[in-house]
Design a protein around this ligand. Structure first.
Ligand code: NDP
Ligand code: 13P
Ligand code: ZN
Length: 355
């Protein structure tokens, strides 16, 4: 596959990555070693704050770093602005994202706006924003993947991640399996629209999907080893986004479907669960091995039906029909005019997503 290489291509990557049990204790000295100042803002969510704020506080206090928490409940544009204003008042020298994808996205956004570095401390292996240079902020017309900076450091404590609800780790595997259709969509956009396609970034994203497929049984069992495996895959996919300079290797039609569900379903499921189900249906459209994808998701313990996802059939069909409009500039297998209601219903039925 040829690539268009004439554009200027700048790649920024994280500087330090620590993965292991109890590495949360090293947040303070990492900030010191990287010379990131002594005044931190920690962006986190209410559950994570309650469970783990002590651990982070102890690490920062040991390194004599002052800190303040900003608690966020979602990653909408409004929440991002509020967090930014709250953070700005403390004049931080560094921003720490401590939690799931939502907290890390807002932390990246706040750090970028304030012109300081961001340290990513994931408490769940549920998404591949852990290392990516993008902040996914939800606007009224759907999510916007804002190009920001990659985290300067990633500190992934596998003991915390293994203790998180098992659903989150499985969702992270779902976000990686989604690369199987994301890369197909990217290739298609290259062929039909002449879009830049980066073979290396695509291969790296696919490698992260193959990595979790290989360890499906271990991931289903959970525990520290499983957390380590999924975190490495998520970081690798984040690096693929750094190399591509876009979320293209990581996000295709299956993500558009999930974003559409987030916009219309009263109670959406986890990002990784939704994109995984999207991968089954989009793989069917691509004429690829969708039954194999479904088998792998079951093996990992991920939902493969609307019922298991906790979402009514009609929202699945509706999301399929509007997905192509979520990010119209992103060409995928859904094409420019998308799916009719009848076609969407048929695809969801054939793939067993709805009865
Ligand atoms: N920027 C990027 O490149 C990417 C961004 N994303 C974005 O990430 C988001 C999805 O992230 P996801 O993590 O699934 O969702 P959330 O950040 O909403 O986290 C899901 C839930 O898990 C909780 N949680 C996290 N860690 C723990 C823990 N250790 N113990 C108990 N509960 C925990 C959170 O608690 P709390 O309420 O405390 O937060 C929250 O309630 C989406 O918005 C998606 O768009 C996804 C992929 C890439
Ligand atoms: O979820 C992502 C990659 O896994 C980010 O992609 P989006 O560009 O679709 O927000
Ligand atoms: Zn994703």
């Amino acid at each position: 596959m040829s690539t268009l290489v004439q554009r200027r291509h700048e790649i920024e990557l994280p500087k330090r990555i620590l993965i292991g049990t109890d590495v949360v204790n090293e947040v303070g000295n990492t900030i010191r070693q990287l010379d990131l100042g002594s005044n931190a803002i920690i962006i986190t969510g209410p559950h994570v704050y309650q469970k783990y704020h002590n651990l982070l506080e102890e690490s920062l206090e040991r390194s004599k770093i002052e800190y303040n928490f900003v608690i966020v409940k979602s990653s909408t544009a409004d929440d991002a602005e509020h967090a930014l204003e709250e953070a700005r008042a403390y004049k931080p020298s560094v921003v720490i994202g401590f939690g799931g994808g939502k907290s890390i996205d807002i932390a990246k956004y706040v750090a970028f706006k304030l012109g300081v570095e961001m340290v990513s401390v994931p408490t769940a292996a549920s998404h591949d924003g852990i290392a990516s240079p993008f902040a996914s902020i939800k606007g009224v017309n759907g999510p916007v993947s804002m190009k920001v900076k990659p985290p300067i450091a990633i500190i992934a404590d596998t003991r915390i991640i293994a203790e998180a609800p098992s659903r989150l780790l499985r969702a992270g595997s779902g976000d990686l399996i989604a690369k199987l259709t994301a890369v197909r969509d990217w290739k298609l956009a290259h062929k039909l629209k002449g879009e830049y396609y980066g073979e290396y970034a695509a291969s790296l994203a696919l490698l992260s999907a193959r990595h979790v497929i290989r360890y499906a049984i271990t991931i289903r069992r959970g525990g520290i080893e499983a957390a380590h495996i999924v975190v490495e895959g998520l970081i690798s996919s984040g690096v693929a986004m750094c190399i591509a300079g876009s979320t293209r290797p990581a996000s295709g039609s299956e993500h558009l479907f999930s974003h559409a569900l987030d916009m219309i379903a009263p109670k959406p499921a986890l990002h990784g669960e939704q994109v995984a189900i999207g991968t089954i249906m989009m793989m069917y459209l691509h004429g690829g091995p969708w039954k194999r994808i479904r088998r792998i998701l079951r093996k990992i313990g991920l939902p493969t039906t609307a019922r298991e996802l906790g979402i009514k059939d009609e929202y699945i069909i509706k999301a399929l029909t509007i997905a192509h409009r979520v990010r119209p500039e992103r060409y995928t297998i859904l094409g420019e005019s998308g799916l009719t209601w009848e076609a969407a219903e048929r695809i969801a039925r054939i793939t067993g997503v709805i009865d």
